[in-house]
Design a protein around this ligand. Structure first.
Ligand SMILES: NC(=O)c1ccc[n+]([C@@H]2O[C@H](COP(=O)([O-])OP(=O)(O)OC[C@H]3O[C@@H](n4cnc5c(N)ncnc54)[C@H](OP(=O)(O)O)[C@@H]3O)[C@@H](O)[C@H]2O)c1
Length: 227
């Protein structure tokens, strides 16, 4: 059998890049998808251009991967963006800028799941979504947090519908991670390394097929409980 195939969205940097590298080390053929990718495909690695906010782009990606590499075993719906927002003041991004974040963070993983599920059902595969510790608690004025609450619900909705298909669904909920996405105001806070999250993803997907790891909440030691 050819090596299993692992697709990562948001793989050009940060958590996605670290997870793609660990998946390659674990023996997967890895598709690294992002908007900025320069298309290049070899026998074991594939840099693929994909914008998760576009249904057509995500559907085309999954179709290209399955037809060229024959199967899809793991899909890590990880691409996301973060903006500061306020509902009571002019602070943070303007409301006219909020749409892109909501579409990327909510429709992106939903489109990714919908496009990948037929291939995952054929392979008995695994869908992993990047949620956030911000998807479990209240963040004052924070629309980003609401998009990650949506991921908590999305994972549960997909898992409930996938019962009987053999597909497993995991949501990984990191606390603060040392990537370009974090705001300057949190630069001095305790942070996970992107690889710490990647190892959690690899843990979930390396369990026996009878074990469905539903949620992994992972915070840096010392992160304040409300962050
Ligand atoms: N850093 C944290 O503290 C933290 C904590 C909890 C959860 N998260 C979540 O973890 C995920 C990864 O974040 P990160 O911290 O690794 O951020 P990052 O370093 O900024 O990486 C974000 C990745 O997403 C890609 N991306 C953004 N919009 C995209 C789109 N429309 N289509 C395809 N790719 C897109 C980016 O590549 P291109 O720009 O090339 O497209 C990049 O590869 C996000 O879902 C984020 O919300 C982060």
């Amino acid at each position: 059998m050819m090596e299993p195939v692992f697709v990562v969205t948001g793989a050009s940097r940060g958590i996605g890049a670290a997870t793609a590298s660990l998946a390659a080390d674990a023996g997967y053929r890895v598709v690294r998808a992002s908007r900025s990718a320069e298309e290049s495909v070899g026998d074991r690695g594939w840099d693929a251009k994909c914008d998760v906010s576009s249904w057509d782009s995500v559907q085309e990606l999954m179709s290209r991967v399955e037809s060229r590499w024959g199967r899809i075993d793991v899909v890590f719906a990880n691409a996301g963006v973060s903006l500061d927002t306020s509902f009571v003041s002019e602070a943070g991004a303007k409301p006219s800028e909020w749409t892109e974040m909501v579409v990327t963070n909510v429709c992106g993983p939903a489109f990714t799941a919908r496009a990948a599920m037929p291939a995952l059902m054929r392979s008995g595969g695994h869908l992993v979504l990047t949620g956030s510790a911000a998807g479990r608690g209240v963040r004052p004025g924070n629309l980003y947090s609401a998009t990650k609450w949506a991921i908590t619900g999305l994972a549960q909705a997909i898992r409930a519908e996938a019962v009987g298909t053999g597909v497993r669904v995991t949501v990984v909920q990191p606390g603060l991670v040392d990537t370009e996405a974090i705001p300057a105001s949190r630069a001095a806070d305790p942070k996970l390394a992107p690889e710490d999250v990647g190892r959690a993803v690899l843990y979930a997907v390396s369990q026996p097929s009878t074990v469905d790891v539903n949620e992994i909440l992972i915070r840096p030691t010392g992160q304040a409980a409300h962050r």
